[in-house]
Design a protein around this ligand. Structure first.
Ligand SMILES: Nc1ncnc2c1ncn2[C@@H]1O[C@H](COP(=O)(O)OP(=O)(O)OP(=O)(O)O)[C@@H](O)[C@H]1O
Ligand SMILES: [Mg+2]
Length: 239
């Protein structure tokens, strides 16, 4: 079966000579949870944005759920994301004046596939009974659970998460990571998560380390302490 995410020799050059990604190849099958780590500026967010079709590489090919993103127009890429991808991005803000239920139902209003009900995913993330609450009244951890519910309501083939636990205490962060883990194990989603936290990365199956836009390491995720060591190794090279 084809990988859900398939990046082949992907490069992303910005004007003025910045190369954010160089010759990156990464295949992620269904049900695999991948953590992407690396020093600030190493290209993690660029990798995620290119994998999701939010940004276009300047070289190479990206396939998402069997479709070649790099030959599509903007409208087609938007539809592909709507139908196959869920996002847990700090930048993908919830609409705080809307209720929890309205936020989670947003993908439906945009025409996304109704594969779960809002009540189902709210129960999954431990927010049953919160549907009517305005998102603006929730804690950071509760909001992040709303974001996950919204990402999962279309049962996406792939979930993209950029530092989903960055602003959360360890206990709350652990709940979010358990939900991403379940998306991979129970729903068979491919999960691509950027994080700076070795303890968060330890929830994944596979660790990808970026250094200066290139993959410096790609292998099974070890325990948190060893992840921290590997990360220091890569960052030391960068210094
Ligand atoms: N729009 C842009 N124009 C020019 N350069 C950019 C742009 N976006 C990112 N870059 C550059 O590309 C490189 C990679 O950026 P990216 O945001 O992918 O890093 P990152 O690993 O996510 O860092 P952080 O951990 O700080 O979030 C950096 O050198 C950055 O300055
Ligand atoms: Mg980033």
């Amino acid at each position: 079966m084809e990988s859900v995410i398939s990046m082949t020799s992907v490069s992303r050059r910005y004007p003025r000579g910045v190369v954010a990604l160089r010759d990156v190849s990464l295949d992620v099958p269904a049900g695999q949870f991948v953590a992407v780590m690396g020093a600030t500026g190493s290209g993690k967010s660029t990798l995620l944005h290119c994998a999701a079709g939010l940004d276009l590489p300047t070289g190479g090919q990206v396939r998402l759920a069997g479709h070649d993103l790099t030959t599509m127009g903007e409208a087609q890429r938007t539809r592909l994301r709507r139908d196959h991808a869920g996002f847990v991005f700090q930048a993908y803000n919830l609409l705080s004046e809307l209720s929890v239920r309205q936020n989670v139902a947003l993908p439906f209003r945009l025409g996304g596939p109704r594969r779960h009900t809002v009540d189902e995913v709210l129960a999954q993330v431990g927010l049953a009974g919160f549907g009517k609450r305005p998102v603006g009244e929730l804690s950071g951890g509760q909001r992040q659970r709303v974001a996950i519910a919204r990402a999962l309501v279309t049962a996406p083939a792939v979930v993209f998460a950029d530092e989903p636990t960055g602003a959360l205490d360890p206990t709350t962060g652990g709940r979010i990571l358990a939900l991403l883990r379940a998306a991979a194990d129970r729903d068979g989603a491919a999960v691509l998560m950027v994080t700076h936290d070795p303890a968060a990365a330890a929830w994944s199956d596979r660790l990808v380390l970026l250094h200066d836009g290139e993959i410096a390491h790609d292998g099974p995720a070890p325990a948190a302490a060893e992840i921290a060591d590997r990360l220091r190794g890569v960052s030391a090279v960068a210094a």
